[in-house]
Design a protein around this ligand. Structure first.
Ligand code: ADP
Length: 174
């Protein structure tokens, strides 16, 4: 079984143990997937987020899922693309690695990610997909506690980029 799955859909419908939120550093909600998660979770999510005092780019903090079907939401602010020479790639890898570490600590076995930073933060999609796939697969190789990671792509273009990144990685590893 492939422990990394790429799908198209709405992450707020995921019944995984945890979903990841592409948040901003205030953790007080925003647009895109962040707005969708807060709308679906209800106001209790924002109330818990207020107690967390924000989160640095690349780090991750968990809350409960409230009205969402998942148990936890793991909030991670992705890097804003500023041309590529401001550590954006490393920070994006940190988002995936640190979110998975938090999921492991909480005892999660299944976790769903959105495409972090490729919306309003404008991280180039092809590069972001390669970083995400590589970082997730590296983590899974050394952590058997996580059974399944799902990349939940909102649109067809995003889905194609992550499928391509996974196919490339499988070829390289073969
Ligand atoms: P960022 O600020 O990290 O760029 P965005 O929310 O703007 O975050 O976009 C990240 C990705 O999440 C984009 O591909 C966007 O289309 C996608 N997205 C938006 N809403 C949802 C949703 N409900 N489920 C999954 N992905 C979503």
């Amino acid at each position: 079984m492939n422990r990394l799955q790429i799908t198209q859909g709405d992450i707020t419908h995921c019944t995984t143990d945890a979903i990841v939120n592409a948040a901003n550093t205030t953790l007080l909600g925003g647009g895109g997937v962040d707005g969708a998660i807060h709308r679906a979770a209800g106001p209790e999510l924002l109330a818990e987020c207020r107690t967390l005092n924000g989160c640095n780019t690349g780090e991750a903090k968990a809350t409960k899922g409230y009205r969402l079907p998942c148990r936890y939401v793991i909030h991670t602010p992705g890097p804003i693309w500023r041309g590529g020479d401001h550590g954006e790639a490393d920070k994006l890898a940190d988002c995936y690695r640190n979110s998975l570490t938090v999921a492991s600590t909480l005892g999660c076995k299944t976790i769903a990610f959105p495409s972090i930073s490729t919306g309003v933060y404008h991280f180039p999609l092809t590069q972001a997909a390669r970083i995400a796939v590589k970082t997730i697969l590296t983590y899974l190789r050394t952590h058997n506690d996580i059974e399944q990671v799902t990349m939940v792509c909102f649109d067809k273009g995003t889905l194609a980029a992550y499928e391509q990144a996974l196919a490339e990685t499988e070829q390289t590893d073969a």
